[in-house]
Ligand binder design. Structure first.
Ligand code: SAH
Ligand code: SF4
Ligand code: F3S
Length: 439
C-alpha cells in the first residue's frame, strides 16, 4: 500500500506555491496525499515568520504531532519554510520538539526527496538549510490545488528591507526567474486547461533583478496575457515605489489582465513611512492610486496596513485614517506591529497595547464603512465569475471571483472552473450574492 503524506502550510502564496512543489515531489516519489494526519507516514509543516502569531500557530500545530510520533514512531515529521531560515527557531525545535526528524529551508526545497530517502535509510535526524542561493530550480513537479487556476512564481526573495519585515532574511536576495521559463510554465498550464494565472513575487514591480536580458514586469505581464487559453492574469505584490506607468497601461489595455491591484501602503504618515524604509511619501501613494483609478476603469485596489509601528503618534495614525478615506480601498488587510528579531524595528521601543488596540479598532471601523459602500457598486450588475467550488457558508451555492477579485456566492448549475455570468442580487460587505445566468 502506498505511503501517505500531509502538508500543513502557513503564510503567504509563496509558501503555498512551495508546498505545491513539495507535494508534487512527494507524489512523484509514490506517496498519496491524505487529510487524515493519523494515517500519514510523512508530515511536512511549512512555516511562516512574518508576525508573532504565525510562530505561535506553528508551535501549536507542531505540539499536536507529538502524540502521533508516540503512537506511530516510524512517521517522518518534517519542518521547513521561513522560520527554519532562522537559527533561533531551529534551536528551539532541536531542544523542545525532539520528535522532529527533518529540518530544511526555503532555498533548498528541491533537496527534500533526497533528505527523506536518506532519513528513511538511516533514521538519523537531518538538518539542511542554506543561507541563500543564486539558483532557481526549474522543472520541479507541482501538485496544484486547482486545475483551472495556478500560482506561478516569477521572482524570489526581497531586497527592500522594510524595517519591520523578516522576509529579506528568510527568503534571501531578490532574484528573477527567466522569462522563457515562466512563459514555458504558463503555456504548459494553459494546455492543461488552466485559465487563471497568479504571478507571484514579494515585489513584482522590480522584476528583472539578475536577468541577463532585461525585460520589465509590464512586458512580462503582456507576454503572459498573450498565451492562448489564459482568461485571467493576476499578480502580487506591487510595491508602490516601483509601480510604473507602463504597467498601468498594460493592465488598462488588456482585457485578460485583472483590474485588481494589491498595493500595500503600511502607513499614511510620512514620518512612519521613512522609519519603515518604504521609499515613498503619502502624497506619491495617493497620486498613484488616483492615477490607477483614472486609467483603469472599475479597478479594485487593496492594501496592507500596520498599526502601532514604534513611535506612531495619534497624529501619525490620523494620517493613516485620512489616507484610507482618500484611497477608498476595495479591501484591506490590517495588522498590529509585531517585532521580528533581526529586523531594525525590533530594536525600537514597542507601543503599549492600550494605545494600539483603539487605533486598530478605529481603522477596522473606517475600512468597514468604506468597503461596505464600495461594495454597493456591484448591486444589480452582471459579473463574469470563474467558479472555484461550493460556497463555504452554504453548500447549495457555488463560489467564485469577479475579475476584480470580489468573492461571489451564487445559485446555479455549473462546474468548478467554469466561466459564467452572474447577476448580483445583493452586495454584502465582504462578498456578493447572485444568480447565474443561463444563456
Ligand atoms: N512583499 C509584500 C508583503 C509581505 S508580508 C509587500 O511588500 O507588500 C505581508 C504583510 O505583512 C506586509 O505588507 C505587512 O503589512 C505585514 N507585515 C510584515 N511584517 C510585519 C510585522 N513585523 N508586523 C506587522 N505586520 C507585518
Ligand atoms: Fe517585506 Fe518590504 Fe520586502 Fe514586502 S517589500 S517582503 S514588506 S521587506
Ligand atoms: Fe511568511 Fe515567509 Fe511568506 S515569512 S509571509 S511565508 S515569505
Amino acid at each position: 500500500m502506498a505511503e501517505k503524506y500531509k502538508i500543513i502550510t502557513f503564510g503567504c502564496q509563496m509558501n503555498e506555491n512551495d508546498s505545491e512543489k513539495i507535494s508534487g515531489m512527494l507524489a512523484e516519489m509514490g506517496y498519496l496525499e491524505s487529510e487524515d494526519t493519523d494515517q500519514c507516514d510523512v508530515i511536512v509543516i511549512n512555516t511562516c515568520s512574518v508576525r508573532g502569531n504565525a510562530d505561535d500557530k506553528f508551535f501549536g500545530a507542531l505540539g499536536q504531532l507529538k502524540q502521533l510520533k508516540q503512537t506511530k514512531p516510524e512517521a517522518v515529521i518534517c519542518v521547513c519554510g521561513c522560520m527554519m531560515q532562522q537559527e533561533v527557531f531551529r534551536r528551539e525545535i532541536k531542544e523542545k520538539y525532539r520528535f522532529v526528524d527533518i529540518i530544511f529551508g526555503t532555498h533548498n526545497i528541491t533537496e527534500f526527496p533526497e533528505l527523506l530517502n536518506r532519513y528513511k535509510a538511516s533514521r538519523k535526524k537531518l538538518e539542511s538549510v542554506l543561507e541563500d542561493t543564486p539558483d532557481i530550480p526549474e522543472n520541479v513537479p507541482v501538485k496544484r490545488a486547482f486545475k483551472h487556476k495556478a500560482y506561478v512564481s516569477i521572482a524570489f526573495g526581497c531586497d527592500n528591507f522594510c524595517s519591520y519585515c523578516i522576509v529579506p532574511y528568510t527568503r534571501g536576495r531578490e532574484k528573477s526567474r527567466r522569462p522563457e521559463d515562466i512563459l514555458k510554465e504558463v503555456r504548459c498550464l494553459a494546455e492543461d486547461g488552466c485559465k487563471e494565472i497568479m504571478l507571484l513575487g514579494q515585489n513584482v514591480n522590480s522584476y528583472d533583478k539578475g536577468l541577463d536580458d532585461k525585460i520589465s514586469f509590464a512586458e512580462l505581464l503582456g507576454k503572459v496575457s498573450d498565451i492562448a487559453g489564459i482568461e485571467r492574469v493576476r499578480f502580487m505584490t506591487s510595491h508602490p515605489k516601483d509601480l510604473s506607468d507602463e504597467l498601468i497601461d498594460v493592465i488598462a489595455e488588456r482585457d485578460n489582465i485583472c483590474n485588481s491591484i494589491h498595493l500595500p501602503v503600511q502607513s499614511g504618515s510620512d514620518r512612519i513611512l521613512r522609519l519603515m524604509n518604504r521609499h515613498y511619501t503619502r502624497e506619491h501613494y495617493i497620486s498613484l492610486v488616483n492615477k490607477i483609478r483614472d486609467r483603469i476603469p472599475g479597478v479594485a485596489i487593496s492594501t496592507d496596513i500596520i498599526v502601532g509601528f514604534p513611535t506612531e503618534t495619534d497624529e501619525d495614525f490620523a494620517d493613516t485614517l485620512d489616507l484610507v478615506r482618500k484611497c477608498a480601498y476595495d479591501s484591506a488587510f490590517t495588522f498590529i506591529f509585531s517585532p521580528r528579531t533581526g529586523t531594525k524595528a525590533a530594536l525600537m521601543e514597542e507601543l503599549p497595547d492600550e494605545v494600539i488596540k483603539p487605533r486598530f479598532q478605529a481603522l477596522v471601523d473606517t475600512l468597514q464603512e468604506i468597503i461596505v459602500s464600495k461594495s454597493q457598486i456591484y448591486a444589480d450588475t452582471i459579473q463574469e465569475v470563474i467558479a472555484d467550488g461550493r460556497s463555504r457558508s452554504n453548500d447549495m451555492m457555488m463560489s467564485g471571483r469577479t475579475k476584480s477579485n470580489k468573492l461571489v456566492n451564487f445559485s446555479g448549475d455549473c462546474s468548478i472552473g467554469d466561466t459564467v455570468n452572474v447577476r448580483i442580487t445583493e452586495a454584502k460587505p465582504y462578498y456578493l450574492l447572485g444568480e447565474m445566468l443561463h444563456d
